[in-house]
Design a protein around this ligand. Structure first.
Ligand code: 4AD
Ligand code: MG
Length: 477
């Protein structure tokens, strides 16, 4: 028999047909009313049991989180907020849940506490909503690219290159850590390792994505990436999911258009398909914000913020313009930034990104043309000799949500830049072949999936939008 989902049952009309609903008990009131939940929605189906005919031995086992198939038929509901309820004729207990020992009590728990029991937090309303929205966003990402003829590509997880050149890699090895083989110079001899060379978990699928784009024109990746950066912030994970489209015959402006269109598409998709969850999360956030002083509360609700992103073009600004704005800002003059903006060329901190988005432009911003010194080797060099055709998309409450660029398609310029920053040209010969044989202008970007989920759910810590977060010092479950 096909399992009946509560989200569908709540839409049904009363009927004499006997059905069985398999779900878990949320609450059991007055020895009579069971709130049933199966995770298809935060809304519960109320089942009404007849305590005069149901054995006492069963009634006392209807506890929070017990797994209970309930049989009966749908009748008009007396209670508010639902049109039908299940008039139960039989209740079975498949799995008991001892209320004395069950860690989730029917009360509000802090997100910090729930993080410690991440294996159980899916069962709460907040995380139910978050993970359904996450699911919808992943689907929307695929729809967006598939509708446009992009080829979904799986890039390797284990690599021997550092795509970002930032040296933030997790090593992959099978060598005996207590007694590794050494070469004559006394260094660990990775030629004896599993892959006969030093390998690491990928920090980005971009380089392999570029290879495929040079054949399929438009591709995207959607996979896990790993960064051993010691950033213990609410926006960094050591393991996160990234979407990386790469397009042949695209220049920076095309890249920006695509990124903006994609973000608006996936946000609109979630607003349409997960209206109830987003509404729940919006109210949750409003409650949360009441704890804050008035001047720190956001001016818009979550739903309004998402709508706002759909209805407004993102502001496109050069790095140079942004530095001017920041340098001249009262925030800078009154030394309210932790890192003061004093000269052209400095990297922007998240406090600066957020100032531009939240205080100055008050909308998403696409920052372009960064100094080449603070960006990766593969970015296309602009004619001014100082900047590269980079783009970062900055979102309210998040800061950088997308990083991308037009790529350097000119072989000599790319090799020269690799040599300058110490990227091994010989080992990367495969990458350079794209520039040797049929090179063309191309561009791409990376969307941090958890940062997107963070934005759409209005959660404030990235650890709360991935099931089992990996962060410095933490790798549970
Ligand atoms: O800006 P990043 O480092 O760019 C790249 O990796 C390029 N290869 C992308 C490309 O052009 N194909 O990372 C891209 C995005 C960031 O904007 C951010 O949203 C996310 O990935 N990101 C992280 N998300 C969570 N935790 C981290 N430690 C992250 N590092 C980057
Ligand atoms: Mg970046």
């Amino acid at each position: 028999m096909a399992r009946l989902r509560i989200i569908d049952l709540l839409q049904k009309s009363p009927s004499d047909d006997v059905i069985t609903v398999s779900a878990w008990v949320r609450t059991f009131r007055n020895n009579q009313f069971i709130a049933l939940n199966d995770g298809s929605t935060n809304n519960n189906l109320q089942a009404v049991v007849d305590f005069t005919t149901t054995p006492e031995s069963i009634l006392k086992r209807i506890t929070s989180r017990a797994a209970v198939p309930v049989s009966g038929h749908l009748v008009p509901s007396q209670g508010a907020g639902q049109t039908v309820e299940l008039k139960a004729s039989a209740v079975e207990i498949l799995g008991d849940s001892d209320p004395e020992k069950y860690p989730l009590q029917p009360k509000k728990h802090s997100l910090e506490f729930l993080r410690e029991i991440a294996h159980l937090r899916f069962r709460t309303n907040t995380f139910g909503a978050v993970f359904r929205v996450r699911n919808a966003l992943a689907f929307a990402v695929h729809s967006f690219f598939q509708e446009r003829g992009f080829l979904y590509m799986h890039t390797p997880i284990i690599t021997n290159s550092d795509a970002e050149g930032a040296g933030e890699m997790f090593r992959v090895t099978t060598l005996d850590m207590d007694n590794p083989p050494r070469n004559e110079a006394g260094k660990v001899d990775f030629s004896k390792d599993f892959f006969a060379k030093s390998t690491n978990l990928t920090v980005s699928g971009q380089l392999e994505g570029e290879l495929a784009a040079m054949a399929f024109s438009n591709i995207y990746t959607f996979g896990p990436t790993f960064r051993a950066e010691n950033s213990n912030t609410a926006r960094h994970l050591a393991e996160f999911w990234m979407i990386e489209p790469e397009m042949a015959f695209y220049e920076l402006a095309d890249n920006m258009d695509l990124a903006e269109e994609m973000l608006q598409y996936v946000i609109a998709y979630a607003l349409k398909h997960n209206a109830e969850d987003i509404d729940f999360l919006s109210k949750r956030l409003q409650e949360e914000e009441k704890q804050k002083p008035q001047n720190e509360r956001s001016e818009m609700t979550l739903t309004e913020k998402l709508q706002f992103c759909l209805n407004n073009k993102f502001e496109r600004v050069t790095y140079t313009q942004a530095i001017e704005i920041l340098r001249e800002s009262n925030h800078n003059k009154k030394k309210k930034f932790q890192y003061l903006v004093d000269k052209w060329g400095v990297d922007l901190q998240s406090e600066h990104e957020r100032y531009l988005v939240e205080k100055h432009f008050k909308k998403p911003v696409i920052l372009i043309d960064y100094p080449r010194e603070i960006k990766s080797f593969y970015m296309r060099q602009n004619d001014d000799g100082k900047t590269v055709a980079a783009m970062d998309i900055l979102f309210p409450g998040i800061g950088e949500i997308i990083g991308g660029s037009q790529r350097e398609e000119r072989l000599e310029k790319l090799v020269q830049r690799m040599e300058e920053v110490g990227v091994p040209v010989d080992e990367m010969s495969w990458y350079l072949d794209t520039r040797r044989f049929g090179s063309c202008p191309h561009a791409g970007f990376g969307l941090g999936f958890e940062r997107l989920v963070l934005f759409v759910t209005g959660m404030t810590n990235i650890r709360d939008v991935i099931a089992f977060p990996r962060t410095p010092g933490k790798c549970e479950f």
